[in-house]
Design a protein around this ligand. Sequence first.
Ligand code: HEM
Length: 416
Amino acid sequence: MSEQPCDSSAPTLFTWEFATDPYPAYAWLRDHAPVHRTTLPSGVDAWLVTRYADAKKALADPRLSKNPQRHSAAAHAKGKVGIPGERSAELMTHLLNIDPPDHTRLRRLVSKAFTPGRVAEFAPRVRTLTDQLIDAFEERGEADLIHEFAFPLPIYAICDLLGVPREDQDDLRDWAGMMIRHGSGPRGGVARAVKRIRGYLAELIHRKRGDFGEDLISGLIRASDHGEHLTENEAAAMCFVLLFAGFETTINLIGNGVYALLRNPEQRAHMQRAVEEGDERLLAAGVEELLRYDGPVEIATWRFATEPLTLAGQRIAEGEPVLVVLAAADRDPERFAAPDVLDLTRRDNQHLGYGHGIHYCLGAPLARLEARTAIGTLLRRLPGLRLAADPEDLRWRGGLIMRGLRTLPVTWNSTG
Ligand code: HEM
C-alpha cells in the first residue's frame, strides 16, 4: 500500500458505534484525511474517499476498474473482496464487476428491456403490493416496518417485474433473507442461498426461452444489439444483480427514510401535508433528500487502481482498492448547505446516493417508484404513525456497503 501519514486521532471505523452514527467519523475524514487508508474488518487494506468533489471524480475515473481481478495479488491474499456469493463464477459477470467494453455491451442490452416505460407501467402493481402489506397489519396498531413492510416490498416487486411466478416468490424472499442475514457473517449461509438462486434462475431462464412472456426476463433474453444477445450465463448474472442490487438498498431507503421522518417532526409534518394534498413534486423531492441525508448505500462497490494515480494529492498504487464513501460525500458542507439538516425542500440536491458515471444505478426509476409509493402510502393510511422504541435501542445492520435498521418498531392509532 502507498504510504499515508499516520494520525493517531483518526476515528475508529466499522465498529458497532460507527454503524449507529457514522457521520461524525466521516466529517473528521473529510476534514483531515479525505483520501484515507484503512484496514477493513475483512483484513483488506483500502482507500476511503470522502469529499463530494473527489468522490464524483473517482466514480467517473476510467483508471479505477470494477473488475475484482485488478486487485493487487498481495492485497488479495489478505482477504476477500466483493459482495456475498460473488465467488460463484456464473454470476460474476454482472454489471458491477466489469469494465468497458463488456460493461457497455451488457448495459446497452439490459437497458433495452429494463426501460423507464416498463417501470412506469408497473406503478399500479407497486401500489397494490404496498396496500396489501399495510392491510395485513393496519388493524393491529403496531408493526415492525422493516420485517413486515420494507423487506417484502422490493423482493415481491422485482420478482413480479422479472416474471418469477408468484408461487416461487416466497422461496426467493427466503433466499434473499439468508443473504442479508449472513452477508457479513459466516459464509456457509450465503453460499447455500447463492447456489439455490443460481439453480433456480438457470431453470427459469431455460423455461422462458421456450415460452416468452411480457416480463423482464423474456425481454432480457429477446433484447439484441447489432445481432448480439445475452448468453445464458450473462442473463442469469443480470437477473441476479437486478434481484439483489435493488433488494437491501430499497429496504434501507424505506427504513432509514421513515426513521428520519419520525425523528424530524417538522419535516414529517411537511411530508404528511404533501401526501394528503397529493403534492407528488414534494414527495419526490423529499425522497431524494431522504436518500442524501441517510442513504442505504454507504460506500459504492469496489474499485481498483489499474495504474499508479494521485487522488486529492494522495498516491495510490496499481491494484489498490478505492472505496468511494457516498454517505460522506452527500454530507460534504463544500457541496450542500447545512448538510446535517434534513430539508425536504432542499434545492440543487445532486446527491450521489445512486452513484455517478457509467455504473449509475440502473434501477433508480424503480427504486424511486417503490420509495415514493411506500412512504407516501404509509403516511396517508397511517397518519398517526410514530416510533415505538427508544432510538438508543435500535440496532443498525452495518455491512461494508449498506447501512440500515434491523428493526423499526412503530405504532399508530388503529382507528386512524
Ligand atoms: C448500481 C444505489 C435500487 C440495480 C447502483 C449504484 C448505487 C446504487 C450507488 C452504483 C454502485 C457503484 O458505482 O459502485 C441504489 C439505491 C437503490 C437502488 C440507493 C434504492 C434505494 C436499485 C434497484 C435496482 C438496482 C431497485 C434494480 C432492480 C442496480 C444495478 C446497478 C446499480 C443493476 C449496476 C449498474 C452498473 O454497474 O451499470 N445502485 N440502487 N438498484 N443498481 Fe442500484
